[in-house]
Design a protein around this ligand. Structure first.
Ligand code: AMP
Ligand code: ZN
Length: 485
């Protein structure tokens, strides 16, 4: 069975085939940087990270783009309250976003475009829509004319009459139709602005994502992701703008992540019930938070509680203990190569049983992830192999080191897809922050040694790191390091 993705557009599980064979383009709506992110925002970012990791594990080359909304009403309002500029506030919070998500083991996207760095592209797109009669200018603001796009409502499945009723709640007299939305907002006194053909102003949120997605990924993208709250109006409006401008499908698969809840209510800034990701990371190891956030399939709501985190903590302890024990078996094998040879040739009943458990686990893991990235079931398959391995070791049932090494490799590889057992933390939960500069320092010392032709020191650093499962690779651009699986 190949990969199936639930497409919010068709409301069905669909076979996944990218537009270009072997390559996937993916856009994920990123943070509006008016504050630190909470663990609800982190759920959406993490799901994007896991989808990308799994696509890569399945052999695709992925280009992931995740924007940073660095100009918006909330940013302006908060900056005014704090007495700083909007750009200063946005800069501080986007740096904090990258720091926090990195601590959670989320890999950086290939491009993180900032809205304020794409104003000319937004102006071009708005102009195209005006030229096509799909937008109009009123007092320096530009509105999208919803009734020019016949398919408006196709994502949210809202009928025109429902949309009208909803939009009437806050009627802007300047709009031709209450459903119309702004793409360019005329500058108000004291607010940041950019020059445009319609006067000074700033872009609306929806045009930002349409422009940045198309600039970095082309007119049609494979996967577009975001939290469930973005489905309407944000994504509906992105479709209307992009498809009317290009006449092409904007995004082929729409993925929406369900809310993280707390006490049954959505975790959110407006609800005042949120926990900043950085505060959670100061209290719990990143892997625990990560495990908790993927303990439900992404379309199911997930409830935050201390008990759930504690459950994740003890599950991970079991997994880590198992992998650490298996590492030892692996090393034992290397030390006694004679034993290894004799063990390889003997395949006991216990070996056959564990080998088949490994095979089952791989099949279950792939099935789970192929079924709309079901991380909960994928994790279940990992833990069933952990139980099998633990039983084999505890019963000393004659399973060979080779088979145990195979179990370790399989567990390690699948854990990497989920990004667990890879964050390698110290007790304070900050290892990535410590390890990177530490290794940079070691690589620098080694480079100095190499420059002085001190090959002993250079080799010693490389060999000792290898014993710690860290491999140094020398390239023309310099040396890099990676963990050895
Ligand atoms: P914002 O910074 O509010 O624009 O949100 C950034 C991303 O986090 C968006 O994709 C939101 O849909 C998502 N998000 C916000 N709150 C939650 C939540 N409680 N659970 C899951 N995702 C959320
Ligand atoms: Zn967006």
């Amino acid at each position: 069975m190949g990969l199936k993705i639930y497409n919010s557009l068709s409301r069905q599980l669909e076979d996944f085939t990218p537009l270009t064979e072997g390559q996937v383009s993916m856009y994920s709506c990123g943070p509006t940087v008016y504050d630190y992110i909470h663990i609800g925002n982190a759920r959406t970012a993490l799901v994007t990270d896991i989808i990308r990791r799994y696509l890569e594990y399945s052999g695709y080359t992925v280009k992931l783009v995740q924007n940073v909304t660095d100009i918006d009403d909330k940013i302006i309002a908060r900056a005014q309250t704090l007495g700083i500029s909007s750009s200063q506030l946005a800069h501080t919070n986007s740096e904090a976003y990258f720091e926090d998500t990195q601590r959670l083991g989320i890999q950086a996207a290939d491009v993180h475009p900032k809205a304020t760095e794409h104003i000319p592209e937004m102006i071009d797109l708005i102009q195209t829509l005006i030229d096509k009669g799909a937008a109009y200018v009123v007092d320096g603001s530009v509105y999208y004319r919803v009734n020019t796009f016949n398919e408006y409502g196709k994502l949210s499945k809202r009928k025109p009459e429902d949309l009208l009723a909803g939009a009437r709640v806050e009627v802007d007299k300047r709009k031709e139709d209450p459903r119309d939305f702004d793409m360019w907002k005329a500058a108000k006194p004291g607010e940041p602005y950019w020059e445009s053909p319609w006067g000074p102003g700033r872009p609306g949120w929806h045009i930002e994502c349409s422009s940045m997605a198309m600039k970095h990924l082309g007119e049609t993208i494979d996967i577009h992701a975001g939290g469930e709250d973005l489905l309407f109006p944000h994504h509906e409006n992105e479709i209307a703008q992009s498809e009317l401008a290009t006449g092409k499908t904007f995004a082929r698969y729409w993925v929406h992540v369900a809310f993280l809840k707390i006490d049954g209510r959505r975790m959110g800034k407006s609800e005042r019930n949120f926990i900043f990701l950085r505060d959670a990371l100061d209290r719990y190891p990143a892997e625990v938070i990560r495990h908790f956030l993927i303990s439900a399939q992404y379309r199911h709501p997930l409830d935050y509680s201390l008990e759930s985190l504690q459950k994740s903590e003890s599950a991970l302890k079991r997994l880590n203990n198992c992998l650490e024990t298996l590492k030892k078996y692996d090393e034992d094998t290397n030390e006694t190569s004679d034993d290894k040879t004799s063990q390889t040739s003997k395949v006991s009943k216990a070996d056959i049983s564990l080998l088949s458990a490994i095979e089952n686990m791989q099949a279950q893991f792939t099935d789970a992830m192929n079924t709309d990235f079901n991380t909960a079931q994928a994790m279940g398959s990992i833990f069933s192999l952990v139980s099998h391995v633990n039983r084999s070791i505890a019963n000393s049932n004659g399973v060979s080191s080779n088979t145990l090494a195979k179990a370790r490799k399989t567990l390690y590889e699948t854990c990497q897809v989920l990004g667990i057992y890879t964050i390698n933390e110290d007790d304070t939960g900050n290892t990535a922050e410590y390890l990177n500069p530490l290794l940079e320092l070691l690589l620098e010392i080694r480079q100095n040694a190499r420059n002085q032709k001190d090959w002993d020191t250079s080799d010693k650093i490389r060999d000792r790191l290898k014993q710690l499962n860290i491999e140094i690779q020398d390239t023309h651009e310099g040396s890099t390091w990676k963990f050895i699986p």
